[in-house]
Ligand binder design. Structure first.
Ligand SMILES: [Zn+2]
Length: 392
């Protein structure tokens, strides 16, 4: 299956510029058995770029391969660094939008951590939508404030009015993102005071800064500021601002209902030209980066250095799969207890808790996300271990 029409602006110049074939369709599904993890369903990534709006998507994406269930686990909330970020984001949104005693909807709320923050810090009422939501005992104490609905958000929930709608790390999973935005706009109707906050992975981090381990099958969409603004503006939102967060890894957009427009500012046109240039050289830069890591791993193997990867999220899973023929790594560390004891999709490494390292005594720790470098080094030092670190 291949697609030649841009799902955001409808242009027919949606051309493939990069391929990564036979990758696990889910990086974030937990496998309790190694064989099953290795034999997991695979799919092809064929990234296409639209020079008209800047959208990047997987033209070979087949949604029928993905069935988001409660086994889906992409929570990052076990890291203090990520918790601090979520906490300060929630506080900022509450302040900026005066979210006190208001109604909040979160689309794709995952396990509900962020919605709980917004509702507890601002004493708000919330409704969270997510088919992967699992009722948690700690949510009992907020059940007078928050309702969780184990379903995709759709116009069938149009009656749930709200003052603030947020959606974090969800839009990139939706093959036709503008349909969600159009539905949302329709549901909001003339409730012009409703404010919107969306957060997605920052495509510029991946395609300009070469955070290549973020390319995963689950993400059928990659947004840069220009394409994200276009998607919102063209579906009837007035974009207040876009900005990056979390060391440029996340891209945020704040919007309110408005008139639909397809016009771009001079700045946006310039950004689009720059992105077009970056896309032309991406495949070559990707190969260079992977080859560099192949050589590094060969060197590590030659030295016979006992090595672990830290971070069993998308980046860790992609790194291990892309370099599966070159690494002798058996274990991957993750703070999320729901992941520990499980196995990595595709390559089958076992996910372990940090405490595992006390016995294992790694000589080298590959840190998958530089954001967590200090936090990880501190934990390792606290355990009295003496390992080298490398950021991937
Ligand atoms: Zn387009």
């Amino acid at each position: 299956m291949s697609q030649h029409t841009c799902p955001v602006c409808g242009s027919n110049h949606f051309e493939t510029f990069f391929e990564m074939l036979e990758v696990p369709v889910f990086c974030n599904v937990l496998w309790p058995e190694q064989k099953a993890a290795q034999n997991c369903q695979k799919g092809d990534i064929k990234l296409a770029f639209c020079p008209s709006c800047g959208f990047i998507g997987n033209a070979a994406f087949d949604p029928s391969l993905l069935d988001y269930t409660q086994a889906y686990e992409n929570s990052l909330d076990f890291s203090p660094k990520f918790q601090n970020y979520s906490q300060s984001l929630a506080q900022r949104l509450i302040e900026n939008y005066d979210l006190h005693h208001k109604h909040i909807i979160e689309i794709g709320c995952g396990k509900g951590e962020f919605l709980v923050l917004l509702c507890e810090l601002g004493n708000n009422q919330g409704i969270g939508f997510d088919p992967t939501y699992v009722p948690l005992p700690e949510h009992e104490k907020v059940q007078d404030k928050i309702t969780f609905i184990q379903d995709y958000y759709s116009d069938k929930y149009a009656d749930y009015a709200s003052d603030f709608i947020c959606c974090r790390h969800t839009l990139e999973h939706i093959p036709q993102p503008t349909i969600l935005l159009e539905n949302l706009r329709q549901v909001i109707g003339n409730r012009s005071h409703t404010a919107i906050f969306f957060e997605v992975p920052n495509g510029l981090d991946t395609f300009q800064n070469m955070a290549i381990w973020d390319i995963i099958y689950e993400h059928c969409c990659y947004f840069a500021p220009v394409s994200l603004s276009y998607a919102f503006a063209s579906t009837g939102f007035r974009v207040e601002r876009t900005y990056d967060e979390f060391r440029s890894q996340f891209l945020c957009i704040e919007a309110v209902p408005g008139e639909s427009t397809k016009e771009m500012s001079q700045q946006q046109i310039a950004d689009l030209q720059q992105l077009t240039e970056d896309i032309k050289t991406f495949a070559q830069r990707f190969t260079t980066k992977v080859e560099t890591w192949q050589s590094k791993l060969e060197y590590i193997n030659k030295k016979d250095q006992r090595t672990v990867v830290w971070g069993a999220g998308s980046k860790g899973v992609t790194f291990l799969n892309l370099l599966k023929n070159k690494n002798h790594i058996d274990f991957i560390v993750d703070l999320n207890p729901r992941k520990q004891g499980m196995y990595v999709a595709g390559t089958g490494q076992r996910i372990v808790a940090p405490e595992f390292l006390r016995d294992y005594q790694p000589e080298l720790i590959l840190i998958m996300n530089p954001v967590y470098e200090q936090e990880i080094q501190q934990m390792v030092a606290d355990m009295g271990l003496n390992a080298e670190f490398m950021c991937v």
